[in-house]
Design a binder for this molecule. Structure first.
Ligand code: GLN
Length: 453
């Protein structure tokens, strides 16, 4: 069948079913049909690539030329970018067909998709469950069969955690592997875009198109991009997998632990060796991340001042009133909380006690990984402490929400690549197996995930 047929049938599914999930914020129907038509012409001409004509959805954090990019915030409710994010441009050039933009936590701050200005997303595995966050719309749309692929971003788990909760596969690349240009910034030293799909093979195809040096992002890596599909079938004999003892202790739900252990057994049966390792500073991860990320967010979000773009309050009496009321009205509660925490941590007198300390702890957390990688090729463990939790059960308690991120945050602090893949079901709910790799070793992760699947 043609891309136009596939695209129309998915657009129809979105129209019929997404009322119950709320996974799309914008459906760009006319544009999608035009892109599918162009893709069909390319397929007919014989010079098509593996992604030509494949429908995709982009998290609403990526700028899309002419298509609203809200970041799920009232602040950007009216924002239509004049350019495409590099990731979007690369995927367009690879021939993908953009169906629309997906729901997310406001400015990517959250672990349940409940902080969206446009309402929560519900998990296709159970309407009372969260899909995870912040890329919850992308994960739910794939799980519901509304799109075969989507982009996400991961600052502290936002690709992996929703992938785990929705039973799909998601990859957070090495920091610098994928351009951040045109991705609305949350915490610039942690943010990274990556693919979300049904399988490791699909993620590999998407990463082939997304990865690469971007001269317009000064932190993007000038390294050649391997073919991420080339090693998918490599046997696992001789692979050493590290299991951090801190990731299997208190706090991990026992049925989830059993599910992860049986997934690891399967890898062992394929010839991998399981080795215990220690990430001794794992207990510092949450406090470190929740200083570094809000600190960077507080400076990044200062650009939303109601002057150049975004929400502006009515009839400001003077410039201060314009700034204050535009920000007060434009940002939701979680975003305001992060700005307050971040500004406090960076203030004169507190900087040494909080931000400087967090930077020191960040180094210790990274060194733990580097030491473990002296003994093992990859590290494996749970993506989350348990399966998807109930909508509304944690959103009034930031600390219990932040605890959900216990196994995902350290990877971003260390800049490492990691993925989540479906490990099995616990009480009918999906559980994710997390694989963590050495810098720029995405091929290895994809290989292990592909063999497992
Ligand atoms: N849950 C984490 C946070 O709220 C991570 C979010 C993300 O990766 N964007 O900051």
């Amino acid at each position: 069948f043609s891309s136009q047929e596939l695209t129309s049938s998915l657009l129809q599914r979105i129209e019929q079913l997404d009322g119950q999930y709320n996974s799309f914020l914008t459906v760009s129907k006319d544009q999608a049909l035009a892109m599918a038509k162009a893709a069909d012409a390319q397929l007919a001409s014989g010079n098509a690539g593996p992604l030509t004509g494949i429908p995709i959805a982009h998290k609403d954090v990526f700028c899309t030329q002419g298509v609203r990019t809200s970041c799920a915030s009232r602040m950007l409710d009216n924002f239509i970018p004049p350019y495409d994010a590099t990731v979007v441009r690369q995927l367009n050039e690879a021939g993908t067909v953009m169906l629309g933009k997906t729901n997310m936590d406001e400015f990517a701050m959250g672990s349940s998709n409940e902080s969206s200005y446009y309402g929560a997303v519900s998990n296709p595995w159970g309407s009372t469950l969260v899909p995870g966050g912040s890329s919850g719309g992308s994960a739910a749309a794939i799980a519901a069969g509304l799109t075969p692929a989507a982009t996400g971003t991961d600052t502290g788990g936002s690709i992996r955690q929703p992938a785990a909760f929705c039973g799909i596969t998601g990859l957070k690349p090495t920091y610098g592997r994928v351009s951040r240009l045109g991705m609305v910034a949350y915490a610039s030293s942690l943010d990274q875009a990556g693919p979300m799909a049904r399988s490791a093979e699909d993620c590999a195809l998407l990463l082939n198109a997304m990865a690469g040096h971007d001269p317009l992002d000064s932190t993007s890596a000038a390294r050649a991009v391997p073919d991420y599909c080339a090693d998918l079938n490599r046997p696992l004999e001789g692979l050493r997998i590290g299991l951090p003892k801190e990731y299997f202790g208190d706090g991990l739900d026992s049925t989830t632990a059993a599910c992860i252990e049986s997934a690891l057994k399967e890898l062992e049966q394929q010839g991998a060796t399981l080795v215990e390792v220690s990430l001794a500073h794992a207990n510092l991860t949450i406090p470190t991340y929740y200083i570094v990320a809000p600190a960077e967010a507080s400076t990044n979000l200062s650009r939303f001042d109601g002057v150049r773009y975004g929400h502006r309050c009515d009839a400001p009496s003077d410039l201060d009133d314009l700034y204050t009321r535009s920000r007060e009205e434009g940002f939701g509660d979680e975003v305001k909380l992060r700005i307050l925490v971040g500004t406090y941590a960076l203030s004169a007198g507190y900087y040494e006690a909080y931000y400087r300390k967090a930077q020191q702890a960040r180094r210790l957390i990274k060194d733990d990984f580097m030491n473990s990688f002296q003994q093992v090729d990859i590290i494996a463990g749970p993506t989350t402490p348990g399966p998807a939790f109930a909508l509304g059960s944690k959103n009034n308690d930031p600390v219990s929400m932040y605890l959900e991120d216990i196994y995902t945050l350290a990877v971003n602090l260390a800049g490492l690549p990691a993925m989540s893949l479906p490990a099995g079901l616990v009480e009918g709910k999906p559980v994710g197996l997390q694989l963590i790799g050495q810098h720029f070793d995405e091929s290895r992760l994809l290989n292990v995930a592909h063999r497992f699947q």
